[in-house]
Design a protein around this ligand. Structure first.
Ligand SMILES: NC(=O)c1ccc[n+]([C@@H]2O[C@H](COP(=O)([O-])OP(=O)(O)OC[C@H]3O[C@@H](n4cnc5c(N)ncnc54)[C@H](O)[C@@H]3O)[C@@H](O)[C@H]2O)c1
Length: 253
């Protein structure tokens, strides 16, 4: 599906980003550039780079902070060794333990810096390179079902992901004339360290799982497969979409 395509993934050390990178490899990517603040997976075990090394795919890890435009420019430049980025995945994101009405202002600023600004700087740097190289690439953002629905325990998070969904629609309009597509995936409950970020969050998610049409948490690879499709030519007429990958969670009342 991703034949001859170079993929960059932010937040690739852990969780969904790791799943996206491994899915990209299994769907035939040419090369993968991994970016994160740290190489150590939050869930433990081998690093994503070690897992990719076993497959023989060309890859590299770069320490990069998505809130830094300079880091994002430098990250995109790394892909030139592989012919430039074809699929940019702006995945890094954070959640807060206390994300209610009592949200601390400094926590809110940090959340918006990573989840909104960080996505923009990655997409901006990738788009600039795609335009310069004349590539009809794909940019995929990891949003959330929290960007489609609100909740009392995800006040700042839902705000950030709703902003990202609007960013995707706007960038799709800006870049569409150049053949560059921009889409978001909106994962529901995916089994990662992030959803276990606090006992309150874990307790709040359990009734959601019990009510969800598929009655289970998702696996990171199930998000990765959808991202690979959005990065491939099989989705060539899809842009500006915020696509739920949520076991049906946002389909129901
Ligand atoms: N887990 C879920 O159920 C779920 C649901 C919906 C959306 N999401 C979204 O999926 C994305 C990944 O979440 P996850 O569950 O895999 O979380 P995670 O915490 O397991 O992994 C996130 C990774 O991002 C990295 N990161 C954090 N801040 C960064 C920064 N400033 N620069 C670079 N890297 C940074 C972390 O080091 C970590 O490796 C996030 O955008 C999150 O909002 C997750």
């Amino acid at each position: 599906m991703l034949n001859e395509k170079t993929v960059i993934v932010t937040g690739a050390a852990s969780g969904i980003g790791r799943g996206i990178a491994l899915a990209a490899q299994s769907h035939g990517a040419k090369a993968i550039v991994l970016a994160d603040l740290t190489e150590e997976p939050r869930e433990g075990g081998d690093t994503t780079a070690q897992l990719l090394a076993r497959t023989g795919i060309p890859h590299l890890f770069r320490r990069a902070d998505v809130t830094s435009p300079e880091d994002m420019e430098a990250l995109i430049a790394e892909s030139e060794a592989f012919g430039g980025v074809d699929l940019m995945v702006c995945n890094a994101g954070i959640a807060l333990p206390n994300d209610t009405l009592d949200l601390d202002p400094s926590d809110l600023r940090r959340l918006l810096a990573v989840n909104v600004e960080g996505v923009f700087y990655g997409a901006q740097a990738a788009a600039r390179q795609m335009l310069r190289l004349g590539k009809k690439g794909s940019i995929v953002v990891t949003s959330s079902m929290g960007g489609l629905r609100g909740a009392s325990f995800t006040v700042g998070y839902s705000t950030s992901k709703g902003g990202v969904n609007q960013m995707v629609r706007s960038l799709a309009d800006a870049l569409g004339p150049h053949g560059i597509r921009v889409n978001a995936v909106c994962p529901g409950l995916i089994d990662t360290a992030l959803v276990q970020s606090s006992p309150e969050a874990a307790a709040a998610f359990e009734p959601l799982r019990q009510r969800m049409p598929l009655r289970r948490f998702g696996d990171v690879r199930e998000v990765g497969d959808v991202v690979a499709w959005l990065g491939s030519d099989f989705s060539s007429f899809v842009t500006g979409v915020a696509l739920p990958v949520d076991g049906g969670q946002t389909a129901i009342i």
